[in-house]
Design a protein around this ligand. Sequence first.
Ligand code: PGA
Length: 256
Amino acid sequence: MNGSKRKKVIAGNWKMNKTAAEAAMLIENLIPAVKDAECEVVILVPFLNISTAIKMCEGTNIRVGAQNCHFAESGAFTGEISVPMLIEAGVEFVVVGHSERRQYFGETDDSVNKKAKAVIENGLYAIVCVGESLEEREAGDTEKVVGKQVKAALFDVSSEHIGKLIIAYEPIWAIGTGRTATPEQAQEVCKFIRETVKNLYSDEIAENMVIQYGGSMNPGNAEELLALEDVDGGLIGGASLKADDFKAIVDAANVK
Ligand code: PGA
C-alpha cells in the first residue's frame, strides 16, 4: 500500500479553461463535493481566476494554485507573473514545467529549475512536471529522460526547501489522449523518481516526497493508480473540469 507518511495530493489542472463565471460555478459545486476529503485537494486555475478561487475557497479544504510563474521577483518581463504576486494573491501551489509549457512556450530544464527554486524558496509548493514522449518510451529511454529532468529540476535545491517540492510524473503520450499509463508503468517510473531523489538527497527525503501521476486520470482508473505504492496523488486535467469527475477521483484517493 501507499507509504503511510505521505498524504495524497489531488490537484486539478484546469489549463486554459473556465471564464470567471464558469470558474465560480465549478467551485460552488466542488466545495460540498470534496469537503470530506482525507487527501489534499488543490485547484490550479488560470491567473485571472485566482482571486475568485481564493475568495470562494476561504475556510474550505480546497487550496488554490497557479499554473506557471516567472523566476524573477520583478522586472522587465512583459506578460509574466512573479512569485511575490502569487503569494500576495493567496496562492499556495504553482505548477512548474508542465509538458505543454515545455512544448509550446520554450520552457527548458534550466528555467524549470529556476522557477522551482523561486517557488519553494518563497515558501510555496512547486508541482514540477516530468515525463517522456512516446518516441522516447518506445526507444527505451524513459528512465534516461525522466532522470535527467528530475536531476535538472532539483539542481541546487537545498534539503531545507525540498519538502515543498512535489514531482508529477506525466508521460506526454498520456496527457489529454485518454491513453493512461498502465499501473505497472506508473509505479515503475514513480519508484524510479523516488530512487533518483534518494540518491540525490536521503532515504528520508525520498520517503517523504509526494510523487503524483498525471495523464488521463479519470474516475474509472483513479482508484487503481492511486493505490500504487509510489503514487501519492494525481495531477488531473480534463477530469478536473467537471465537479462529479473530480469528486470521484478525490474519493478514490480516500480509499485505503
Ligand atoms: P489530462 O491532463 O488529465 O487531461 O490528461 C493532465 C495534465 O496535463 O496535467
